[in-house]
Design a binder for this molecule. Structure first.
Ligand code: GUN
Length: 288
């Protein structure tokens, strides 16, 4: 048996068409959504991500600014810039591209972003809101995974979802969003013994560890839905996921290819967070 290869491009295109329409409506009503992306230093991968984010904004009609700062920028200078954008009414989303140079404390920087503009959903207030199920910012990569599942026709409620990885950016918020969708959730990580025994129980398996080909056919229950969040670039330079795609696609019921699905979905959710933030800002200005 061979699994369905999830068509990320189609899903991304249909959500971006919806976002374009929302941006058009908001802009007509006088609030063009705006995103600022701040990058510090010369990390080449980050420069590519930032360019993709700006290009994606342009495609859906979101106003965007990119601020590229030298690696020598101090933490205070970066925080001063964030404070300016916290007050800037054209800007509804502030994203500080990670990683930052070593002399800057990322947590301290994120703490300074107005939670209402924290489109990454990294600020402790937004992380707390996520935990108690309050509507608001959604963590981009995990929210993208939920959209992919829903738009592939996967019924999440009552399923056993296993998340491999416990990072603050993907694993932990992923578990929280799956729980919100009424899955039974198990989180595995580097200290989990006999991981294959657990992953083989998964109806939905989400893998986000950053280890090329960690998940093999023996880790997967026949018919399971496998979502690969990994983005690894081994010595041969070819972008590859955390799942051994060729082997696992023979066992899985459905599987996401890398690259092609989760990466573009993450940016799509960033656009959606920016639009939602702009909508909340425009509604708040009507109320006062
Ligand atoms: N670096 C790699 N991915 C991300 C992301 O989603 N947000 C931010 N801020 N930095 C990143």
């Amino acid at each position: 048996m061979s699994g369905q290869i999830i068509n990320g491009k189609e899903i991304v295109a249909s959500i971006r068409a919806e976002i374009t329409e929302q941006v058009r409506e908001l802009t007509e009503q006088g609030t063009q959504p705006g995103l600022v992306v701040i990058i510090v230093g010369e990390d080449p991968a980050s420069q590519v991500y930032v360019r993709n984010k700006a290009k994606s904004c342009e495609q859906v009609g979101i106003y965007s600014e990119v601020h590229a700062l030298p690696a020598s920028t101090t933490q205070q200078e970066l925080i001063a810039l964030i404070h300016l954008f916290n007050k800037d009414q054209r800007i509804h989303g502030i994203l500080v591209q990670s990683p930052l140079p070593k002399h800057i404390n990322e947590e301290a920087v994120v703490d300074e972003i107005d939670p209402a503009k924290d489109v990454d959903c990294f600020h402790p207030v937004n992380v707390g809101n996520l935990m108690i199920g309050k509507d608001g910012m959604k963590p981009c990569t995990p929210a993208g995974v939920i959209e992919v599942l829903k738009r592939t026709g996967v019924d999440i409620a009552g399923k056993h979802a296993v998340v491999v990885g416990r990072s603050n950016i993907v694993g932990k918020p992923m578990a929280m969003l799956l729980l919100r969708e009424h899955a039974t959730v198990t989180v595995c990580h580097s200290r989990t013994p006999n991981m294959a025994e657990i992953t083989r129980q998964a109806d939905i398996l989400v893998v986000a560890v950053g280890k090329a080909h960690l998940i093999k056919a023996e880790h997967v229950k026949p018919g399971a839905v496998v979502i690969d969040v990994g983005m690894n670039r081994p010595a041969d330079g070819k972008l590859t996921g955390d799942v051994d795609f060729e082997a696992v696609k023979e066992v899985a019921g459905a599987i996401t290819p890398v690259p092609g699905t989760v990466g573009p979905m993450t940016i799509t959710m960033l656009l959606q967070n920016t639009v939602d933030s702009a909508r909340r800002a425009s509604q708040a200005s009507v109320r006062v």
